[in-house]
Every structure is written in structure tokens, then in C-alpha cells.
Design a protein around this ligand. Sequence first.
Ligand SMILES: Cc1cc2nc3c(=O)[nH]c(=O)nc-3n(C[C@H](O)[C@H](O)[C@H](O)COP(=O)(O)OP(=O)(O)OC[C@H]3O[C@@H](n4cnc5c(N)ncnc54)[C@H](O)[C@@H]3O)c2cc1C
Length: 325
Amino acid sequence: MEEIGIVIVGGGIAGLATSIALHRKGIKSVVLERAEKVRSEGAGIGTLSNGWRALDQLGVGDRLRLNSSLIHKARTMLIENGKKREFVSNIVDEARCIKRNDLVEALSDALPKGTIRFGSHIVSIEQDKTTLFPVVHLANGNSIKAKVLIGCDGANSIVSDYLQLNPKKAFACRAVRGFTKYPNGHGFPQEVLRIKQGNVLIGRLPLTDNQVFWFLVHMQDNNHNGKDQESIANLCRKWADDLSEDWKEMVKICNVESLTLTHLRYRAPSEIMLGKFRRGTVTVAGDAMHVMGPFLAQGGSAALEDAVVLARCLARKVGPDQETC
Ligand SMILES: Cc1cc2nc3c(=O)[nH]c(=O)nc-3n(C[C@H](O)[C@H](O)[C@H](O)COP(=O)(O)OP(=O)(O)OC[C@H]3O[C@@H](n4cnc5c(N)ncnc54)[C@H](O)[C@@H]3O)c2cc1C
């Protein structure tokens, strides 16, 4: 059986960032990702100052700043029974929206070649009876023994099941995210704009002068599974039907391929405070640990912070001079 020092399950934001953070401390790791290439669902991602600090620590902040513009304000409108209430706050710290694919590409480019093993789907984990180290079993029949196993495998984490964490809770709502291009420029101010009207919450963040990232949440229409891109697009058009013309237009002319439909889940803060997130040399990070609703735009930034902090802690135990891989 192959033996590896540090195995990270999942090559999303948390997994790639953790591997880079370790690499920058001189510690090798291997990322096992079930997909066949680097990819990230969800179109764009709002990234706040804690996320940018972590990206700078990982050495990829400046590359990402090149393709994302600063956001200066957050505006929220509540429209109920024809009445509109508006709340505006200035954003003094760094806030930008980035394309998710730009983010995961920048992270994967910062890793030494061969760190990510694509097509590696972990199907089960057990503890080696003699050494007590974790053994991961892959869908292709191979097994790997790890000295340290870090689960960065997202909201449906198999590693969090191994740690016997409680299942995540579901919000009674679904969200769609996507991009819309405006060939002649969108002309919107550099602000996050969110509107809550009836059962719909819609928001928009400018990415560049001619492209916006948007999300659309329906608080009650919870039964749709979005079997294909066109059906997700039709669902969005239905949800946006009562909104003003500019929002309807944004949804109508969106890039259908960019759309993703997500059933929102969360781990309750009390569980995060009281939960046991380590068993022997196995732990979790990112959504596998603390999946949360998108309402604070913090899941991705928190995953990046996890990576920096986890590598700092591991480096104290497993210095670069020690044989880990
Ligand atoms: C609607 C919505 C909007 C959001 N908006 C924002 C925002 O604006 N800002 C923000 O910071 N956050 C936002 N988030 C949260 C953010 O998307 C997540 O917190 C972040 O993507 C978590 O990254 P992760 O790497 O932990 O998990 P994921 O991105 O889910 O990555 C997990 C990886 O593990 C792989 N994997 C899973 N299981 C296995 C397995 N068994 N074997 C091998 N590989 C496996 C997957 O293929 C995937 O690549 C939003 C979330 C939603 C749903």
C-alpha cells in the first residue's frame, strides 16, 4: 500500500490553499481530487479583507487583484408591500469579487507539479489497526495510508463522517449563482447590491466593467434539482419575474453555462464551538468543517484562513526537516 505523509482530500479552495500554505513552510502534501481537472462551481466569489490577507500569505493575492475591481459600498434594499427601505454601508477594507476559476487556477499554479492527483475519488476511510494512521480507499480500488489526513472535501465531506460530526443542517432555500456579460459595459457602481422582495433575495457584484456576478435565492421554492443548465435558467427567470426590468434582463441574458444551483446548508455555530474536529491525525477544514449560508460572503475567505492557520499549527509539529512524504 502506498504511504504518504500528509494527504488532503479535495482540491477546492480549502484543499489547494492548505497545500500551498504547507508548501510555503517547506512541508510536502498530496491533494486527492475526484474531478479530472481544476474547477470550481459557483461562478464568482465575494472576497473580503480576511480572505485577501490569507491570499497574500499564500502568495497569490496580487495575481488575483489584476482581474477584480474594488468594491466600495454595500447596499441592501428591502421591498415589502410596495414600501422600500434602504441600508447603505461604506466598505473601508479591501473587498472584491473574483471568478472562482481564476481563484482555483491561481492556487493550483502555485503548487509544485504532481501535488494534485486528479480522478482520485475517496470512497471510504478506516484506521490502520497497528499504526492507528488513517487509510483512504479510492474508487479505483487503490488505498493510501496517510500520517496526517485533512478533509477539505466540502459540504458532503466523507472525512467529517469519519470524524462522526453531526450532519449539516439544511436551509429551506436554494440559491443560483451566475455571470452576466454586458458587451457595452454595465454602468453599475462598484457596490454590492442586494434586494429582498417577497420570497426572493437577489444580489449583484461587479467583476469588471462589463461583467457582473449575481446570486438569486428563493426562500420557499425548495423542490427543484436543476437537472440541466437550461432548466436552472428557466427557474431563475421564474424567480425573477416580480423584480424590476434591469434584474430580469440580467437574469435573461446571463451566461447559462455559468449557472449553478445549490441547496444551502450550514453547521450550527454551537457545534463549531463544541464539536471535536480532530481524531488522531485526521481533521477537516473549509466547508467540511463549517459550511455556512452565503449571506455574509465568508465561507471561501474562512476556508483560506483555515489553510493558513492549519499550516502554521502543523509546521510546529511537522517541521520541514522531518520526513513527512
Ligand atoms: C450560493 C453561495 C454563495 C457563496 N458566496 C460566497 C462568497 O461570496 N464569498 C465567500 O467567501 N464564500 C461564498 N460561499 C461559500 C464558498 O463557496 C465555500 O465556503 C467554499 O467554496 C468552500 O470551499 P471548500 O474547498 O471547503 O469546498 P468545495 O469548494 O466544495 O471543494 C471541495 C472539493 O473536494 C472535492 N471532493 C469532495 N468529495 C471528495 C471525495 N470523496 N474525494 C475526492 N475529492 C472530493 C470536490 O470535488 C471539490 O473539488 C458561497 C456559497 C454558496 C452556496
